[in-house]
Ligand binder design. Structure first.
Ligand code: GBH
Length: 524
């Protein structure tokens, strides 16, 4: 074992002592994972999984994240336009139990309550998103809803008064319905419309915002909206819908980034990026074939988005060649992946000031041979000739895609460092769901998830030299979980969706997170 690792593993007893004596801490914490060297029963490889002590740099950003449609409600309040989700939620069978975000957590009317939660957590940052249809009801800058604009000013001012820095996502899955009707992210002009909207946001709110995310998870949004049909606009352009939408979103992002450079950076002095979601892809066996498959998966999953921005303006060559080959084998006359022009590559290259990562889970990946004849309408996952699975021992969340494998988080952070230089990284989301049911504030599974993941991030920072600058827990409170409605709860705070007041209550995990934030990690 290397010297720094064995030192760091050192004084675990002391750490747990300090947690036990923490005032507001629910007893469940100390009882369940109190004196252990490992957070999880399942993960006890001493080299890989041992819990370490140590702290983050003093300016580390600690926060929570939310997104507009998931929390705001006020779906038709004060001149807000119809959003893509407003319409989608009204289509029968699209959302579990017919749930909608009409009221959600009612955050549109609860600025003070939300800011109070953040203050109680002691976080320095809050990641929120702006609702495009609330600000520009028909999508265009010629049509501004002043009431919507002033809602965000009030929220930003309340955060400033509480000394909490905002990280603002300009677009988190919700389009104005009017723009969806024009083809949404399959319309090339969307990049231009998005740039105009982003320009408006920089101009209007930029004096109050130093950290911007243009678009949340382009790939997730594109896969669910344009390949699988589970998010609006609900299309199933199987095998090509994702690539087209992602390509236009990346161009919209790059235009917005250049707009910030040209018009706002010198006076506002903020930083702009785009948030990517990625699993860690772990080879299922140590065979060369599985290792190669796992690396293909990473290049498709994350490389397809990060490489254009952080390397050379283009999709990784291996990804381009594979999709082109498969398109041609299926008799198509051009690749399902739209190419970038020279000019677009210039625009994309170096169009982010930091790397924003949403990490939740890890997949085991093995090689699979996909029959080229089946490729006329392939699912996009067939493109990388790999098969995903889980180890049944991984602790599972309520969400069927979410298995906890904290060590994968550290591996992914190291992969990012290796592939994109020692770039500044913000973890813009990380979190764990449990199932709706009788109110349960003793959320021990979530506590384990957070402790273990934040500890792996600490290892990445202290032992591997990964330049992680901040961390945002998903989510501040239970909220509308897209196609899953209110069944999956991700909050550090419980929200009672049957009570018109939508009361928020701290879960045990909120207290544990507050303690980690206060201690800036896990001091000895
Ligand atoms: C993030 O995506 C999102 O940014 C955030 O809005 C969301 O609340 C959070 O995760 C938790 O899910 O709707 O059942 O078909 C993470 C990756 C990809 C996970 C889409 C959920 C949809 C499943 N997400 N997936 S479903």
């Amino acid at each position: 074992m290397s010297a720094p690792l064995s030192c760091a593993i050192g004084n675990l007893q002391g750490l747990w002592k300090s947690l036990e004596t923490y005032d507001g801490l629910n007893t469940i914490m100390a009882k369940d994972i109190g004196k252990e060297k490992f957070v999880y029963e399942q993960f006890q490889d001493p080299e890989r999984d041992a819990f370490i002590s140590g702290t983050f740099p003093s300016d580390f950003a600690w926060g929570c994240a939310t997104a507009a449609y998931q929390i705001e409600g006020g779906h038709d309040a004060d001149g807000k336009g119809e959003g893509s989700w407003d319409a989608f939620c009204r289509i029968p069978d699209k959302i579990l139990n017919g749930h909608t975000g009409d009221v959600a957590c009612d955050s549109y009317h609860k600025i003070d309550d939300d800011v109070k939660l953040l203050k109680d957590l002691g976080v320095s940052h809050y990641r929120l998103s702006l609702s495009w249809p609330r600000i520009l009801p028909s999508g265009f800058v010629t049509d501004v809803n002043q009431a919507g604009v002033s809602y965000y000013h009030k929220l930003l001012d309340a955060l400033a008064a509480a000394n909490i820095q905002p990280m603002v996502t300009i677009h988190h899955f919700d389009l104005p319905k009017a723009l969806d009707d024009l083809g949404g992210w399959h319309n090339e002009l969307m990049a231009v419309y998005f740039n105009q909207y982003a320009d408006f946001c920089f101009k209007e709110f930029g004096s109050k915002v130093k950290l911007w995310i243009t678009i949340n998870e382009p790939k997730v949004f594109a896969v669910y909206g344009y390949d699988f049909g589970k998010f609006p606009p609900g299309w199933t352009h199987v095998g090509s819908g994702t690539y087209r939408a992602v390509s236009i979103m990346l161009k919209g992002h790059a235009m917005a980034y250049r707009t910030y450079d040209m018009k706002y950076r010198s006076t506002q002095e903020g930083q702009v990026s785009i948030a990517f979601n990625s699993f860690w892809s772990q080879p299922k066996t140590d065979s060369d074939a599985d290792e190669a498959a796992a690396e293909r998966f990473r290049q498709f999953e994350l490389g397809g988005l990060a490489h254009p921005i952080f390397v050379d303006g283009d999709t990784p060559k291996s990804v381009r060649e594979t999709i082109a080959k498969k398109s041609s084998q299926a008799g198509l006359l051009c690749s399902r992946l739209p190419p970038f022009t020279e000019e677009e590559r210039e625009l994309l290259k170096n169009s982010a000031d930091f790397f924003a990562l949403n990490y939740y889970s890890t997949r085991l990946v093995s090689n699979r041979e996909v029959d080229p004849q089946s490729l006329l309408l392939p699912d996009i996952y067939a493109d990388f000739d790999a098969e995903e699975s889980f180890d049944p021992s991984f602790p599972r969340a309520c969400s069927e895609w979410l298995y906890s494998a904290p060590w994968g988080f550290r591996k992914l952070l190291n992969w990012i460092k290796k592939n994109y230089g020692n770039v500044k990284i913000y973890i813009t989301e990380n979190g764990f769901s449990d199932e709706d049911g009788p109110m349960n504030l003793e959320d021990e599974d979530r506590i384990k998830y957070y402790k273990a993941h934040i500890n792996e991030m600490l290892k990445a920072r202290l032992l591997d030299g990964v330049d992680v600058r901040g961390y945002f827990a998903w989510s501040l409170m239970d909220n509308f979980e897209w196609a899953e409605g209110y069944r999956e709860r991700f909050g550090l705070h419980h929200v009672d969706f049957n009570d018109p007041q939508r009361p928020r209550r701290a879960k045990a995990s909120a207290k544990v997170y507050a303690k980690i934030v206060k201690d800036n990690g896990f001091p000895e």
